[in-house]
Design a protein around this ligand. Structure first.
Ligand code: SDX
Length: 393
């Protein structure tokens, strides 16, 4: 019941997770949040409204949305003591390392106000976490660039607030570009949840022990950081930089197909989607919109990405393995066009996925039949044997 594959003596794995949050049909390329197709939510909704939907299971009425948004805004500040954690990091600490540490530290500030069994406490935790993760991510950015932290401005919407906390400086007025804010909003909608992916399963496994929920979210951030998971958006941009020019694509593709040093086409392939990741198509369209708005239609990285996609989709190696672009293939190009540096790409993913992690933690914790996760294994070690004294070995 915890999203964890349970190995039984028959060596068969049975997925015994039950969840009402997200539905994926990997063969058809379908993704639904609480039954709503993600492409409709990306077109018509906002990230804060999708947060309500993912957490509570229904689209909010006007008054419910206003109350929810008001609660999130009241929790955007972080304790001054939490800020001091950033003083301990080297200036060049990876922002994901800072997020993992600082979010885990939140459990030290809220350990006595988090009774996992109390539905009100569970909701306050989720609101606090969703509200504070952009402030913490922006603080990690400021630390890395040696700039003063910017306080949240609660007259701004969620994504505009994040952009101003990252890019505003005390010495200058800062105006949020509404196209940039909307592009981030759409990206966050698309990254909000994704069923039992590695980081969400990590949150569920940690949370199943009854630990402090902030500590459970911190474990999810750590899992997301991996380049095969949420770290792939950063790896895609590094891969595009390494290829450099379309004329090097054939040589790179040969390395991939010959598995030279484990080289992979980052941003391609998925354990569940054996068709196009529906999110990738929407992000590709957003890419064109944002680049056009910023006068960067001929962005060389976008052109290279389109070339890579065209070649891969017509290549038997990829077709036979059903490898298609996933959510990470184009997202980094938008982030970079918005001025977000590569080392902040995965923190952006973490900001968006926090609502999914919280929703799964709430769903699991509210279920009284939930038991601690305890996967079994296939033992491949030595047979039983007796101890041998050192002088007889
Ligand atoms: C995310 O789970 C989720 O929902 C995750 C996520 C979410 O929203 O939470 O969707 C977000 O993590 C998306 C994935 C981001 N990762 C990447 O883009 C990294 C590159 N992709 C892969 O490494 C890989 O495709 C995975 C990790 C995503 C999936 O790995 P699987 O399902 O374990 O696939 P596999 O390693 O068993 O590969 C099967 C075959 C192998 O070849 P053969 O051994 O059969 O010859 O496909 C090959 C692999 O070598 N392969 C690739 C490839 N991905 C798989 N070959 C080249 N490039 C790739 N990207």
């Amino acid at each position: 019941k915890l999203g964890i594959f349970t190995y039984d003596p028959g060596f068969t794995s049975t997925c015994s997770t039950k969840s009402a949050i997200t539905y994926i049909d990997g063969d058809e390329g379908v993704l639904l949040y609480r039954g709503y197709p993600v492409d409709q939510l990306a077109e018509h909704s906002s990230f804060i409204e999708v947060c309500y939907l993912v957490l509570h299971g229904e689209l909010p009425k006007k008054d419910q949305l206003e109350a929810f948004e008001g609660s999130i805004r009241r929790h955007t500040m972080i304790n001054e003591g939490v800020k001091r954690f950033f003083d301990g990091f080297y200036y060049d600490a990876h922002p994901m390392a800072m997020l993992t540490g600082v979010v885990g530290a939140l459990s030290a500030f809220y350990h006595d106000t988090t009774n996992n069994k109390d539905p009100k406490h569970r909701e306050i935790f989720a609101h606090r976490m969703i509200a504070k993760i952009p402030t913490i991510a922006a603080a990690a950015y400021k630390k890395f660039y040696g700039q003063p932290f910017m306080h949240p401005q609660n007259n701004l919407d969620y994504c505009s607030n994040l952009l101003q906390m990252m890019f505003a400086v005390p010495a200058e007025p800062y105006h949020v570009d509404p196209v940039a804010a909307r592009a981030l909003d759409v990206l966050f909608i698309l990254h909000a949840d994704h069923e039992q992916n590695a980081s969400t399963s990590t949150v569920r496994m940690a949370g199943s022990t009854g630990c402090n929920p902030y500590a459970a979210i911190s474990s999810g951030i750590a899992a997301l950081w991996g380049p095969l998971h949420g770290g792939a958006n950063e790896a895609v941009l590094n891969m595009l930089d390494e290829i450099g020019d379309a004329k090097h694509v054939p040589e790179f593709m040969n390395k991939v197909k010959n598995k030279v040093e484990g080289v992979r086409l980052m941003g391609f392939g998925h354990r569940v989607y054996k068709n196009f990741d529906p999110r990738a198509k929407i992000i590709r369209e957003q890419c064109h919109k944002v680049l056009k708005h910023l006068g960067k239609e001929n962005d060389p990285k976008m052109e290279l990405a389109l070339k890579l996609e065209e070649i891969a989709l017509s290549d038997d190696y990829f077709k036979q393995r059903k490898l298609y672009p996933n959510v990470d293939f184009y997202s980094g190009i938008i982030y970079e066009a918005l001025g977000i540096p590569v080392n902040m790409f995965t923190p952006m993913f973490a900001v968006a996925r926090t609502v999914g992690w919280c929703a799964h933690w709430m769903e699991m914790t509210a279920d009284s039949s939930t038991r601690i996760a305890r996967p079994r294994q296939v033992y491949t070690g030595a047979p039983v044997r007796n101890y041998v004294p050192c002088d007889q070995r």
